[in-house]
Design a protein around this ligand. Structure first.
Ligand code: SAH
Length: 202
């Protein structure tokens, strides 16, 4: 998977490729779709949600320019696959999931598989996780129609965020950089993520 679907399509960050080689994707998908775990597709994980396509995970993580000492916030734990890859790349991963059942499943999976530097929380990620801010990087795995303002506040100066923004199906993956307190935004590519939902309904 890594050589044929990820390296060949232009991902060249050695650390990202190594982390993707280390994390067994089949451990993060339901039994019914395990035979398709190493195909380059999103797959259903229950509750109407999906595990992201491996290439997109690699693409997003490469744009974050992560360093081993970084602390990273992920919104949308889902299957836990991307958080597991992040855990190999950085010092501490913080991940929020809005669906309680997915949070519980990922908590149990990480314990079983021995991932110790991932802290999970159940809830709406819109407000970020102020107790642990600022973050060196933020990665969002579901698409809101605008960039949540609290996330910008929780990004360290010089930090980077990758986030899909837009109403389905017209979403763009954005790279946001915080420089001298200002935001620099760049569109990376059109994408299709599950919608970012809100607990409060707004
Ligand atoms: N990173 C995940 C991708 C899962 S899909 C993986 O590797 O499997 C995106 C996830 O975002 C879904 O599980 C969905 O429930 C969650 N999500 C949607 N809106 C959210 C919100 N406001 N806060 C936190 N998680 C959210």
């Amino acid at each position: 998977m890594v050589v044929q679907q990820i390296e060949r399509r232009g991902i060249c960050d050695r650390r990202v490729l190594e982390a993707m080689r280390e994390v067994p994707r089949h451990e993060f998908v339901p039994t019914a779709v395990k035979t398709r775990a190493y195909k380059d597709h999103p797959l259903p994980i229950g509750f109407g949600q999906t595990i992201s396509q491996p290439y997109i995970v690699a693409f997003m993580l490469e744009h974050l320019l992560l360093r081993a000492k970084d602390r990273v916030l992920e919104l949308g734990t889902g299957s836990g696959y991307q958080a597991a890859i992040l855990s190999k790349l950085v010092a501490q991963v913080f991940s929020i999931e809005i669906i309680d059942e997915l949070n519980h499943r990922a908590t149990a999976d990480f314990q079983r598989m021995g991932y110790r530097n991932i802290l999970l929380k159940s809830g709406d990620g819109y407000e970020g996780w102020p107790e642990f801010a600022p973050f060196d990087a933020i990665v969002v795995a579901a698409a809101p129609d605008h960039i949540p303002q609290p996330l910008i506040g929780q990004l360290r100066e010089g930090g980077r965020m990758v986030i899909p923004v837009g109403d389905t199906p017209d979403q763009n993956l954005l790279l946001v950089e915080k420089r001298s307190g200002a935001m620099r935004k760049r569109v990376l590519c059109p994408v299709r993520f599950v919608p970012f939902t809100r607990k409060s309904g707004d």
